[in-house]
Design a protein around this ligand. Sequence first.
Ligand code: MF3
Ligand code: CO
Length: 251
Amino acid sequence: MINLRSQREIEKIKIASLISAQALKLAGELCKEGNSSYYIDKEVEKFIFSKKARPNFLNYNGYPSSCCISVNDMVIHGIPSKDVVLKNGDLVSVDVGAEFEGYNGDNAYTFVVGEVGADVKDFLKTTEEALYCGIEKAVEGNRVYDISLAIEKKIKEKGYGIIREFVGHGVGASLHEAPEIPNYVSNEYEKGPRLKAGMVIAIEPMTTQKNEEITTCEDGWGIKTKFGELSAHFEHTILITESEPVILTKI
Ligand code: MF3
Ligand code: CO
């Protein structure tokens, strides 16, 4: 079942999303050479608690941290670690969410440490643009398919790879709710449900520079590209309305 949110619920999701966005901004400021992903996670965690919110990834299906911090060939769900120390040229995908009074926000961004080449810049820019192409289609009357197609077109026109095993999702009273929002179209998903005002969804393209194969790390969480290519991940929480989509995780 897809939830339509009351005004009272939307107000809480807005606050949760704002805290999520502020937490992600802080993480970005800490993505500096020499900082460990563990340090970044702990600072972000403190920030979220200071806002009378709770990091909603912490203990989610046993997940041990507040953020997912995935460096270079790690696509998603990188567990923060003292052993992961950032260095010049790293791509750092940070995914973080907050729960406020029972309601959730969720967002992700791929930050760059220092300098990267033009090819990597194009890869990141395209993935972020794909997110915005999807957001544009998140309006009442469209279907999930319209979002998926817009994202897929943007990424495929540059020949980049799309992660297929993980998808966007509804968000609200839980971190993950119906519907699933894939970043590609397929027979499996058909056209998906029709979007209605009052739905809240997280749109989150996850890409690789080329090949789409992934492997799971020994910790059972981390997802890496099979052939060691770089990956990217951008995500926003969106409120669907009768007119323009509202990006709730924007500061
Ligand atoms: N934030 C991820 C998503 O965007 C989910 C992370 S689940 C966790 O859907 F367990 F790793 F925290
Ligand atoms: Co998400």
